[in-house]
Design a protein around this ligand. Structure first.
Ligand SMILES: [Zn+2]
Length: 124
């Protein structure tokens, strides 16, 4: 029996590399710097939650899709935002807060889960 190696990246995905690179280039040129702090809701700045947010950016530039890849066109710059590596990782680890910041968008029709992290803070 002849065995063929499974490709780690599909031909379809590989064919999208140039379009994704162009999307990245457009997003980096448009946003220029990490957009994380611009997404912090105004009211958070007066509350203890702000002390839990990483404020300083790292030098890396990462293109983030607020809607998960399965639910968005990750080749469309309008569905992407520029984040630094630290804030991109933070978004992935803090989905509930990221959702409130507009940096995480649930699939259409899915009920958002209740924020667990917010209950850790006195927001009154
Ligand atoms: Zn950042």
């Amino acid at each position: 029996m002849r065995r063929t190696r499974i490709k780690p990246i599909s031909d379809k995905k590989r064919a999208e590399f140039p379009a994704r690179a162009e999307c990245r280039r457009i997003v980096i040129e448009r946003d220029k710097v990490c957009q994380f702090l611009l997404h912090v809701p105004e009211e958070w700045w007066a509350r203890p939650i702000i002390s839990a947010l990483p404020v300083e950016c790292t030098a890396s530039q990462e293109v983030h899709e607020p809607a998960r890849r399965a639910n968005c066109d990750y080749l469309d710059p309008s569905e992407c935002v520029l984040l630094c590596g630290r804030h991109h990782a933070w978004v992935g680890a803090n989905i509930d807060l990221a959702r409130e910041m507009g940096l995480y968008v649930d699939a259409v029709g899915r009920t958002p889960s209740k924020s667990r992290l917010l209950t850790d803070f006195d927001l009154s």
